[in-house]
Design a protein around this ligand. Structure first.
Ligand code: ZN
Length: 207
């Protein structure tokens, strides 16, 4: 077929971006997806910044960034919708992969019309930056983030990257979250929990 330079009449993207009951604009499937299928790229248009670029730090504060496996920070150009619009869910049906330019990939069967959701894995400190979750999943945790406190940090040691604690309350809290992460295939977030607790321990208090 000859391309006469006309604009496409319809989008070939297998997703659409529209208002979500969870929050703002979300990503919705226009076809069924099976686990393992790539759904959408993270950001069709983006800036790729070095991790120590001040603009990367600034963008990270908005939480709209992707740290790639090769150590860069992708900042989406918000004029171009993409996987960066995926809402968080406590029972996600997709996951964000950070190799190359990033992609959202199906992890549970998705039907046409379903909202495509991912697990953000945010770990916050001392209640700062907590975000309520409205994902509507039966097992919704009520918050997008998992919060750790100075008190938690004071009660853990990090040994070979593993959290060790003799405190019953802290152990129960961490074990419960670890089990939840495992149930949704997001075990890697435990690493973020460990590094966040380690950072809290290192920070001089009262400064
Ligand atoms: Zn939720």
């Amino acid at each position: 077929m000859k391309n006469r330079g006309r604009k496409a009449m319809f989008s070939l993207l297998p997703v659409e971006f529209r208002q979500s009951a969870i929050e703002g604009r979300g990503v919705f499937a226009k076809k069924a997806f099976s686990p393992g299928e790539i759904i959408v790229v993270y950001a069709p248009k983006h800036e790729r910044l070095a991790a120590d670029d001040p603009r990367a730090t600034e963008a990270a504060a908005t939480r709209l960034t992707l740290f790639t496996q090769d150590g860069y920070v992708l900042v989406p150009d918000q004029s171009a919708p993409g996987g960066w619009l995926c809402n968080h869910s406590c029972a996600p049906n997709a996951a964000l992969f950070s190799s190359g330019d990033g992609r959202v990939q199906c992890t549970r069967p998705i039907a046409r019309g379903d909202e495509v959701t991912i697990f953000y894995g945010w770990v916050t400190c001392n209640g700062e930056g907590s975000a309520p979750c409205r994902c509507g999943a039966p097992a919704c945790r009520g918050a997008i983030n998992f919060d750790v406190s100075d008190e938690d940090a004071a009660n853990v040691r990090i040994e070979n990257g593993q959290l060790v604690t003799t405190n019953t309350r802290v152990r129960a809290k961490l074990e419960e979250y670890a089990e939840f992460l495992q149930s949704i295939g997001q075990e890697h977030v435990q690493r973020t929990v460990a590094t966040t607790l380690a950072r809290l321990k290192d920070q001089p208090k009262g400064v």
